[in-house]
Design a protein around this ligand. Structure first.
Ligand code: KIV
Ligand code: ZN
Length: 384
């Protein structure tokens, strides 16, 4: 039977850390309501101790949204945890996400401490958070570069202290997919009581591997994945919600599914892009302008014969109206004929051949030939 993978959306926390993407509380509520409709399981709404505005956003999102769990970030610091607990008071289901560095690089150069002290702070933070909410997620920051045995010890300690979810972030986007999968597998095989908690995946995209690493982690048993819409986030970004969801969706043989209403993916992507003033790159998987656009003659001909020749999903499945045939100097006769027919111009082969030559002349001087150009071309032929 297919197993559920829980979607933890951090667009409003890790995504919002991107310079220029900061949102007001009202704007955050609009995005949170859309994420609720989309069907995410957890919304990470902010980092309450970081500013009064972020505190207020977590409070207001907790009031405005009722289906997903609302999560608030905190460091493993009492004041942070208390602020997170306070901000979540109105949440139907609130979760505190606390944590600390787990790699030796972070332990020595960020915390200037020892592995033993990190474990003590992790236990104290988890226990304190559990006095405020029932659902506590612990993040082992920079787990991607942490010593495996120490990481397993830390995970075991926080599960013992009451963590319900343990996050294994590849904070710096360092791991390769096999390496990340081995880390998660090691945790499952070496941590006592590991099944008392959900193991969560949180990957960054510094090597362009965030989605691959997340899928690798899920395939060895992690059942929560932390993502952002359009993959926005610190530096090169976080794992894209749309990529993981659609990868699981079009590979049912993996036996895994999410609760996402995939037809709301594109409208959500557009909303986030507009509100965060962050354009989606044209070739972005699933939601980019070219994700369902065909421009070379060979591809256009194959697509027009059968869409599955060049598409692995229907655009409507992710909320995109239709695929696009872009007419350029690389397009063939088949695409030109198709577009002219859509515009109401039907021609015999010899006329079409003549039109095609004129079309190529225009296309060599323009990046894209639009419908207006085609109507002018057809009319000039009728006048001749
Ligand atoms: O990348 C990271 O490690 C984080 C943690 C705060 C979860 O964003
Ligand atoms: Zn992160």
């Amino acid at each position: 039977m297919s197993q559920r993978v829980y979607i933890f959306d951090t667009t409003l926390r890790d995504g919002e850390q991107v310079p220029g993407c900061q949102l007001s509380t009202d704007e955050k509520i609009v995005v949170a309501k859309q994420l609720e409709k989309l069907g995410v399981d957890v919304i990470e709404a902010g980092f309450p101790v970081s500013s009064p505005g972020d505190f207020r956003s977590v409070v207001e999102i907790s009031k405005a949204v009722s289906e997903p769990t609302i999560c608030a970030l905190s460091r493993a610091v009492a004041a942070d945890i208390e602020a997170a607990g306070e901000a979540l008071k109105h949440a139907k289901r609130g979760r505190i996400h606390t944590g600390i560095g787990s790699s030796d690089i972070h332990i020595q150069h960020k915390f200037n401490t020892t592995r033993e002290k990190i474990i003590e702070r992790a236990i104290d933070a988890t226990k304190l958070a559990r006095t405020l909410v029932e659902d506590v997620e612990f993040y082992c920051e920079d787990a991607g570069r942490a010593d495996l045995q120490f990481l397993a010890q830390l995970v075991e300690a926080v599960i013992g202290a009451g963590a319900t979810v343990v996050n294994i972030p590849d904070t710096t986007g360092y791991c390769l997919p096999d390496e990340y999968a081995s880390k998660i597998r090691y945790i499952f095989e070496n941590v006592k009581n590991v099944h008392k908690a959900t193991i969560s995946i949180h990957c960054h995209n510094d090597l362009g591997l965030a989605t691959a690493n997340s899928l690798a982690g899920i395939q060895v048993g992690a059942r929560q994945v932390e993502v952002t819409v359009n993959g926005i986030g610190e530096r090169a970004g976080n794992t894209s919600l749309e990529e993981v969801v659609m990868a699981l969706n079009i590979h049912p043989e993996l036996g895994l599914h999410t609760g996402i209403n995939t037809q709301l993916i594109y409208p959500t992507s557009q909303l986030v892009s507009k509100m965060m003033r962050m354009q989606v790159q044209a070739n972005k998987a699933i939601v980019g302008r070219n994700a369902f656009a065909h421009s070379s003659g060979i591809h256009q001909d194959g697509f027009l014969k059968h869409s599955q020749n060049y598409e692995i999903m229907n655009p409507q499945d992710v909320g995109v109206d239709k695929s696009d045939i872009v007419l350029t100097a690389r397009s063939g006769r088949h695409a030109l004929k198709h577009r002219l027919e859509l515009l109401g111009f039907v021609y015999e082969k010899n006329i079409l051949d003549n039109l095609y030559r004129q079309f190529l002349d225009i296309a060599d001087h323009k990046k894209e030939v639009n419908d207006g150009d085609l109507v002018d071309l057809a009319k000039s032929l009728e006048r001749a």
